[in-house]
Design a protein around this ligand. Structure first.
Ligand code: ADP
Length: 343
């Protein structure tokens, strides 16, 4: 009842409450320009405080090529790793309360997916991506709760390439990936280091495979209430998706074509699943790809989903950025027409 009273009084608050209740959130992050003699003209026209983003097609005069998109949040190119994570933290906390959570990074190759999820190569704590910060928080919070609940935390890491799942922590192709108990952030850093190394090894052998495969870190959390003995189980999936760039079919053949087809298929299957969930559809098509099968437990039901939509800032990436934004708009359950403006 209070909620309804507030609703009439305060539209903004209502929107915020809706935001917190929604199980699917989409955050957009714009990569900064990289150093060196590269193009420095941007297609990003405006980043609003309430999740508005205006991108511009520079081939059109004036404001003709402007398009407005709306997300739960947009992080401009100056956002720090800590700022990006601070809005993610409540989701991580909920894993310890028994929720399933799935966090994705989506975008073309080079748009900062790995940067957001893992961090830069030689990562200091300040540059840690979502993965390390999330695990670090899980340990911190579980420590603070230890007088009432004891937690066990385990990690799996797999790569999905051409619809095949490979365990990055044991190197095998597997139906069930190996589970590794972890007790501290340094355990996690060591394990993920091993997983990333296994991913890179195949990357050099197979033509930058890392951008052509999805990597999935799964964190299993099991809490036991010391008083009642009851169990709390939560899963966290941290997903660095394959590059979403469209490959010109007339230009690739053989293995590259096969890769491209598998990536297309799995990303559209993912889009279909999230869209079905956002529409509260009675049929959710999980079976259409390995990716959606692997993630099924943390998509739908009570599970919470967050997608980072990564954009390259350059004008030359405009058409890829636009197709990324359209994917995002669809999964966010927003009508394309309604969110667009030609100011
Ligand atoms: P992707 O995983 O989408 O292929 P990367 O995460 O590898 O892209 O990012 C491409 C390059 O841009 C890397 O050199 C990365 O360090 C850099 N980069 C990406 N995002 C940022 C950022 N927010 N700040 C600084 N450098 C970034």
């Amino acid at each position: 009842e209070n909620y309804h009273a507030l609703l009439g009084e305060n539209r903004k608050l209502f929107n915020e409450i809706q935001d917190l209740k929604g199980n699917i959130r989409v955050y957009c992050r714009i990569r900064p320009f990289l150093p060196g003699p590269r193009e420095k003209r941007t297609s990003v026209e405006h980043v609003g405080e309430n999740g508005e983003l205006v991108v511009a097609d520079r081939s059109k005069p004036g404001k003709e090529g402007h398009r407005l998109f709306k997300f739960n949040k947009v992080f401009g190119s100056d956002a720090t790793q800590a700022e990006v994570y601070s809005d993610t933290q409540p989701l991580i906390r909920s894993v310890l309360d028994g929720y399933n959570v799935c966090i994705f990074a989506y975008g073309q190759t080079g748009s900062g997916k790995t940067y957001t999820m893992t961090g830069p190569n030689s990562s200091t704590k300040e540059n840690w991506g979502v993965n390390y910060r999330a695990l670090n928080d899980l340990f911190d919070i579980s420590q603070r709760r230890k007088s009432s609940i004891t937690y066990e935390i385990g990690v799996q890491m797999v790569e999905i390439y051409n619809e095949q799942v490979r365990d990055l922590l044991s190197g095998d192709a597997v139906p069930d990936a190996s589970m590794h108990p972890v007790k501290s952030t340094s355990d996690v850093i060591q394990l993920m280091g091993l997983g990333l190394k296994n991913r890179v090894v195949s990357a050099t052998a197979l033509n930058e495979r890392s951008s052509r495969s999805h990597s999935v870190v799964t964190v299993h959390v099991r809490g036991t209430d010391l008083k009642t003995g009851s169990a709390l189980i939560g899963n966290l999936h941290l997903v660095d998706l394959a590059g979403s760039e469209r490959v010109d079919r007339s230009e690739v053949i053989g293995d590259r074509l096969k890769e491209a087809q598998h990536i297309n298929k799995s990303l559209s299957a993912l889009g279909d699943v999230i869209f079905a969930l956002s529409q509260k559809s009675s049929h959710v098509p999980y079976r259409n790809s390995k990716l959606t099968q692997v993630l099924q437990s943390s998509l739908g039901g009570q599970a919470k989903t967050l997608m980072f939509v990564q954009l390259n800032p350059e004008t030359s990436s405009y058409s890829e950025s636009l197709s990324t934004l359209k994917f995002a708009e669809r999964v966010a359950g927003v009508e394309l027409g309604a969110a667009r403006s030609n100011k």
